[in-house]
Design a protein around this ligand. Sequence first.
Ligand code: GDP
Length: 603
Amino acid sequence: MPESIVKIPPTIIVRDLAAKLSLPITTVTAELIKNGIMAALNEEIDFDTAVIIAEDLGKKVELQSAEEAAAPAQTVDQYLKEKAGTKLVARPPVVVVMGHVDHGKTSLLDAIRQTAVTAGEAGGITQRIGAYQITDRGRQVSFVDTPGHEAFAQMRARGAKIADVAILVVAADDGVKPQTLEALDIIHHAGIPYIVALTKTDKDEAQPERVKKELAEHKVLIEEFGGQTPVVLASAKTKAGLPELLESVLLLADVHPEAMMVNPNRPAVGTIIESHVDPQQGPLASVLIHAGTLHLGDDVLVGQVWGKVRSMKTDRGQPIAAATPSTPVQILGLKAAPQIGDILRVAPDEVRELKKKVRGHQIVHHLQTVVGRRPTVISKKGEKKETDKKPRVEKLHVILKTDTLGSAEAITESLKKFVHPEVGVEIVQRGLGIITETEVLRAEVAKAAIYGFNVPISPKADQLARSKGLTIRSFKVIYDLLDDVQAQLETMLQPVAEEKEIGRLKILAVFRHENTFQVVGGKVTTGHMRASAGVDVIRQGQTLTRSKITQLQQNKQNTETVTVGNEAGLKVEGDPIIQVGDELVAFVSEVRQRRLDERVAAV
Ligand code: GDP
């Protein structure tokens, strides 16, 4: 049965979500907790979170349009009427093949494909894109090669019901093995009807009867013993049993024809079944379309990865312009390689928004790298001399993931308080729950920092972040998080070069007078003199010139410092105007990091 779709607003309180999904509140909160979200009954969660939770619970939710949100809740009748208006068509069944390693899964898939592709047919078998479609007796069937049981389980966890029928491959010469049981477990959980294909029956060691008994011992209710699960004896080598296998597949698919009724005219939705980066072409992803039709040029969103479908190829390597439901296609045009099991959807509006945001950030960052940073100079009197005339507000981009919407609000409000003429915070994405690879990929694109508050980090996200040299900043106390943001902002402030007075000296003698320098003697009255320090020459309270100590002596010996109360000999470079009675004020320049709360260099 096609599941009914529950429409929900952009944010919803947990209790309302449970009601809309017709589920006990405890079920919903338990699922939230599993996802690292500690939301109370009356707490709001956002739409993206609701989608994940609903999908995990086997439900489908869609965002209410503005009109729907304004209108009173839709009744079931209205919904059904609306459904009747849309023209649904039967899509081809999708078959997934699973089984223990080396039991002949790949060989079986290849054999089925070869049998279907008649000699001389254009294209032939040219590609492996994780799935293919064949035509058998005028009916199309799609086969998906699971990238592994774990990946399949993950797809399901993400709400993707990719297959209508499963083929459990068991080698007749080997029998039930751990991954056979694992596959059975997944199939049972997914609630997909399945067929057992006993492969390698051409081998002398094959003992199909023994394997059947083994299966029965593991609660596989096979037809022969009065159950419902068909068992087909097959061989990838001799191709024996393949027609029977296909027939069984179609029979099983026909048990629930209504499950395959979809709207081919809606914006396409599909699951990523294969994904890699081709060194020449860039990210290549295979998508199995569930509903709708994917067209060349469509703007698509896969998690936080977006793209435009630039080219689309079938499993035969043939370019096509439109992919209908159940068709596996390889697409080019995503900005990054998505994760297997991710949902792809055509979403032009969201893509436009995302592009706008990210483009803005990239330009800012580009400018920053071009301009670089030059320190602002502040003289010891506190007046500033800017070396960079045009101030620019540099933004710290933040991806924020929190346990509840309440904490998201609190943190967002606090972050707004970091107001500074030169730096600021911009939240580029906010979400609830566990930090996943999606955030890491987004952070990379948006050059953002990932902040987590009371949420776990998935091991994969952690690994991905490490491999990309990104740090996921995770906190349990809001103030700690805010302190960290402040520290980050401070590192973005232009450092200042500050002059600090280190001592004064009274001139007692002028020993030498040249055009560019003088050699003078005097007594240190405060602090100390330092070789290479800058000096201001002061007469009757007026600063006459600025010079530099290039040599310093005490008792005719070169030295680095001469402290208060001692006499010193100095070579001073600069305008030779020093007279007996003048005062030298020595200073040093220090470049230091500024704090956010000091506005000394603010423009
Ligand atoms: P997978 O790991 O389940 O994909 O298994 P493969 O398809 O790679 O097969 C594992 C091995 O079994 C390979 O050496 C195949 O040639 C062999 N094999 C697979 N199916 C058959 C079959 O029907 N008959 C025979 N004789 N060998 C097979």
